[in-house]
Design a protein around this ligand. Structure first.
Ligand code: PMP
Length: 391
C-alpha cells in the first residue's frame, strides 16, 4: 500500500500562464497594478491585531461608499451571491412573506434563495429593459405585506438602473425592509444608503471597485438588525450567520472577537486598497466619470448604427450598457470575434436577456474615453467582418 497510483498531473508541472485581457464584460473588471500588488503582501493571521486594523479600514471605506453610518457594515467572504444569501438568510424566517422585483435575473435569483428557506415569495415581474413605478410597488406591498422587498439597483442582465427615490419610505410605511443589490452599480452612479432608506445593501469587489472577485461589502440598518436579532429561528447558514459575522468584524459590542472562519486575508488587502483608490478619487468624481464615459459610448454606438436596449436615458446603468443584438448577426460570433481579434471581453445577454443584447461593462479604471473608443473600434471591426445574414 506504499506506491502512489496517481502520478502528479503533468498540467501542474508546466509553467502557470494567465493572459492579459481587456475585461469589458459585466465583471470582473481589470484589476490595476496597485490593487494586484496589495494582494501580493505577506499573509498574516486572520485573528492578528493588524488584520483587525485592516478590517476596520475596510468597514470605514464601505460606510463611505455606501454613504451609511450603520455600525453593522462589513464584507462577506464570498462573491455577490454570498452577500445576497447573507442578506436574505438573516432577515427572513421560514413562512414569512418576501417580495422581489424581477426585471432581470437578479430578482429571480433572490426569489429562488428566499424560496429555499421556506419563505412565501411573490414576484413583481417587469419585461427586460423595464422597471417598476412607485405605485406598482405600493400595490404589491399592500397586497403581500412582505417583511423584505428585494430590488436590483443596477440590473446587469438588462442594463437598467432602477430609480430608488421614495421606495425606502414606502417600504417602511408597510413595515417592510428594503434590500438593494448594488453589485453592478455601486461606485458608478449615485447611491445614498441612509438617505434613501435602504435597510440592507450589498455589492461585489470585482466591478467598479476593481478588486479580484471574492469579497462582498454589505451593510444592515438598525431596523434590519432589530429584525435579525429578534428572530424566532436560527438562520439556516452557519457561515453567513450575522451574529457570528458581526462579532468577527467587530460590529457588535462584545469586547473580544471569536474565530468564526478563516478570513481571506489576501482578498481583504485587495478590497482595502480598492476602497482606498475610490476614496482618493471621491465618490462624486467617480459617478461623474462613469456617466461621462457612458454618454461617450452611447454617442459612438449610435454612430455605428447600433441601438441601446434601454430606451429611457435616466434608466440606463452607466456601468453596464446593453446594446440591442445587431440585426442579422449571430451575437456569439460577434463576442468571440472581438475576443479573438482584440483580446477584449464583451458579453451576450444573461437570463431573460439572452439573445436580445450585447453587454459591455466599463467599470472603475475601465471607465474612460480611451477604453470606450477601444470597444467602439472592436465593435466596428466585428460588424465589418462577422457573417451577416441577408434579412
Ligand atoms: N447582482 C448583480 C447585479 C450582479 O451583476 C452580479 C454579478 N454579475 C451578482 C449579483 C452576483 O455576483 P457574483 O457573481 O459576484 O456572485
Amino acid at each position: 500500500m506504499s506506491a502512489l497510483s496517481i502520478p502528479p498531473p503533468s498540467c501542474l508541472l508546466k509553467p502557470f500562464v494567465v493572459p492579459q485581457r481587456h475585461m469589458f464584460g459585466p465583471g470582473p473588471s481589470n484589476v490595476p497594478p496597485r490593487i494586484l500588488e496589495a494582494g501580493a503582501k505577506p499573509v498574516i493571521g486572520h485573528m492578528h491585531p493588524e488584520i483587525f486594523e485592516i478590517m476596520n479600514e475596510i468597514k470605514s471605506g464601505i460606510q463611505y461608499i455606501f454613504q451609511t453610518r450603520n455600525r453593522m457594515t462589513f464584507a462577506v467572504s464570498g462573491t455577490g451571491h454570498a452577500a445576497m444569501e447573507c442578506a436574505i438568510f438573516n432577515t427572513v424566517e421560514p413562512g414569512e412573506s418576501v417580495l422581489a422585483a424581477v426585471n432581470g435575473i437578479w430578482g429571480e435569483r433572490a426569489a429562488d434563495m428566499a424560496e429555499r428557506i421556506g419563505a412565501m415569495v411573490n414576484t413583481l415581474v417587469v419585461p427586460p429593459g423595464g422597471y417598476l413605478t412607485i405605485s406598482e410597488i405600493e400595490k404589491a406591498l399592500s397586497r403581500h405585506r412582505p417583511v423584505v422587498f428585494f430590488l436590483a439597483h443596477g440590473e446587469s442582465s438588462t442594463g437598467v438602473l432602477h430609480p430608488l427615490d421614495g421606495i425606502g419610505e414606502l417600504c417602511h410605511k408597510y413595515n417592510c425592509l428594503l434590500l438593494v443589490d448594488s453589485v453592478a452599480s455601486l461606485g458608478g452612479t449615485p447611491l445614498y444608503m441612509d438617505q434613501q432608506g435602504i435597510d440592507i445593501l450589498y455589492t461585489g469587489s470585482q466591478k467598479v471597485l476593481n478588486a479580484p472577485p471574492g469579497t462582498a461589502p454589505i451593510s444592515f440598518s438598525e431596523r434590519a438588525c432589530q429584525k435579525v436579532f429578534n428572530r424566532r429561528t436560527r438562520p439556516v447558514s452557519f457561515s453567513l450567520d450575522l451574529n457570528w459575522l458581526a462579532n468577527y468584524w467587530g460590529c457588535d459590542e462584545k469586547p473580544s472577537r471569536m474565530y468564526h472562519h478563516t478570513g481571506p486575508v489576501t482578498a481583504f488587502y485587495t478590497l482595502r486598497e480598492s476602497l482606498a483608490v475610490l476614496s482618493e478619487e471621491g465618490l462624486e468624481n467617480s459617478w461623474k466619470r462613469h456617466q461621462n464615459a457612458a454618454e461617450h459610448f452611447y454617442a459612438g454606438l449610435e454612430k455605428l448604427g447600433l441601438k441601446l436596449f434601454v430606451k429611457e436615458k435616466h434608466a440606463r446603468l452607466p456601468t453596464v450598457t446593453t446594446i440591442v443584438a445587431p440585426h442579422g448577426y449571430d451575437w456569439k460570433e460577434v463576442t468571440s470575434y472581438i475576443m479573438k481579434t482584440h483580446n477584449l471581453e464583451i458579453s451576450g445577454g444573461l437570463g431573460p436577456s439572452v439573445g436580445l443584447v450585447l453587454r459591455v461593462g466599463l467599470m472603475g479604471c475601465n471607465s474612460s474615453k480611451e477604453k470606450v473608443d477601444m470597444v467602439l473600434a472592436a465593435l466596428k471591426d466585428a460588424l465589418e467582418h462577422c457573417h451577416r445574414s441577408k434579412v
